[in-house]
Design a protein around this ligand. Structure first.
Ligand code: SF4
Length: 82
């Protein structure tokens, strides 16, 4: 499984990620991207092979390296709850 989160501080609202991975990313009112699966918390695993391919496409297509990808969740559920 892969986990993903958008670094919204560096996102330049170019739109590339949601074209590459429309199931995984969308944009807010200002065009800044966020992870669709868990509202950009980085805790929901992407398990489907095709979705992981999409994620890797988005990761590679982001011009500002704002798409982050990891084998581990970006924050624990416990931290989310506090
Ligand atoms: Fe932002 Fe990168 Fe997505 Fe462009 S590809 S909207 S810079 S996260």
């Amino acid at each position: 499984a892969k986990y993903t989160i958008v670094d919204q501080d560096t996102c330049i609202a170019c739109g590339a990620c949601a074209i590459a991975a429309p199931d995984l990313f969308d944009y807010d009112d200002e065009g800044i991207s966020f992870g669709l699966l868990d509202n950009n918390k980085g805790i929901t695993p992407v398990v489907d092979e095709e979705m992981i391919d999409e994620l890797e496409d988005a990761y590679e297509s982001c011009p500002s390296n704002s798409i982050q990808m990891s084998d581990e969740p970006f924050s624990s559920e416990k931290e989310e709850a506090s």
